[in-house]
Design a binder for this molecule. Structure first.
Ligand SMILES: [Cu+2]
Length: 119
């Protein structure tokens, strides 16, 4: 025969623990989905670093650290992006949602290249 009061106490005690676990897990899940931001510098007419491997959902934060105009574009890996002109100090954030290989260039300085691997 079931001791009803004891059965209720056992089950009641688990709810605060479940709620606490959910309260902790939910923000961690949201944070993990948000992806990581990686800073790329446009300096001395090159991208620094010139190669980077990131995870799906990550963002490249491209900063013009030169005193002259740069540009950022992608026309590879099935992705098309054009930053327009970037003055000194200007920033562009580009998020990569699909795995693949991408080449980021600058229309003003053809030697500027950044290889991006998204895994
Ligand atoms: Cu440039």
């Amino acid at each position: 025969m079931i001791d009803t009061a004891r059965y209720f106490r056992m089950n009641a005690s688990i709810w605060p623990k479940l709620l606490l676990a959910g309260a902790i897990a939910y923000p961690i899940g949201v944070w993990a989905q948000a992806g990581t931001s990686h800073i790329i510098s446009q300096k001395n007419r090159s991208y620094a670093p010139g190669q980077i491997t990131i995870n799906k959902g990550d963002t490249l934060k491209i900063v013009n650290d030169d005193i002259f105009l740069h540009h950022t574009y992608i026309d590879s890996g099935g992705m098309s992006y054009d930053s327009g002109g970037m003055e000194q100090g200007e920033i562009r954030n580009i998020t990569f949602d699909e795995a693949g290989n991408y080449l980021i260039k600058c229309d003003i300085h053809p030697k500027m290249k950044l290889d991006v691997t998204v895994q």
